[in-house]
Write a protein that binds this ligand. Sequence first.
Ligand code: XMP
Length: 327
Amino acid sequence: EWTPESIIAEGVRRVREQVGNAPVLSAVSGGVDSSVATALVHRAVGDQLTAVFVDTGMLRKGEREQVETAFRKNLGVRLITVNAVEEFLDRLEGVTDPEGKRKIIGETFIRIFEGQARRLGNPPFLVQGTIYPDVVESSAPDRQKAHKIKSHHNVGGLPEDMTFQLVEPLRYLFKDEVRLVGEALGLPPELVWRQPFPGPGLAVRCLGEITWERLERLREADAIFTGELTAAGLLNQRLMDEPGRIAQAFAVLLPVRSVGVMGDSRTYQEVVALRAVTTEDFMTADWARIPHELLSKIASRIVNEVPGVNRVVYDLTSKPPATIEWE
Ligand code: XMP
């Protein structure tokens, strides 16, 4: 019988058999799969594992702290956080094209990660959070085509000329099994049940030029939006089969300013778009019917609490023809 415990026991046995006494490296992105894979390998080999977490500056509010607490404090994993915010912002300066952003972020991430691997004496093994649907998908003929539509550069992805041997303890698991294993390994529910987040992070939700100030604006608006949805019980990822459950919700900062009024004076500030969808598989999606009262509360909180934003709009398009993300 398959239980999280039996999956873990079997995974631990295989990982030990594969790596022996050798050092193992892992890139943690804060995503579910890389987190659970890392926690499982840590259970198997303890301090032979070093995890690397790159702060790209494109993370959501509180995300870095959440990852550090989960791994370092709760699980006792040796976790190195690389503060690469300046480097990412420098390289992204003046870049507004979505594919350009993705490319720069992917390349910069790989460079930084390779540097860390060198510093650690190039460990022979690398943990990958590959899950069963990834295995199936990467052998599907549509894969190439999908890649052309939007280059899904995953931060935490693999250096292309890699010389690592891969440790892939989740290769035979489906997403819901991965989450249960993650919980059983002691990862916090917020991390295990979190909504999907693109590899390039907030870069593709900060339309137009990326600056620290604009990222902060976006982070605040996003935290208000998702915080209110969570408080209202609408974004509880644990209720996977609840009809109308919101699968993904986030704020987008538009590269547009609009006129507003505050007291006696005119304002000319940025616009936040809210995106929330219901979906089974993220291939098609419908916009979420969030109660108007709640939308109203969220909009007024954002314009009152986020400096530089004077207007909030709600995205009413389904996928297709729109995508879930805006870039
Ligand atoms: P779209 O925008 O194509 O997104 O409708 C479908 C799902 O994929 C997520 N997404 C990404 N996930 N790396 C990822 O791991 C990426 O670069 C990326 N881009 C989009 C998106 O958030 C949605 O859940």
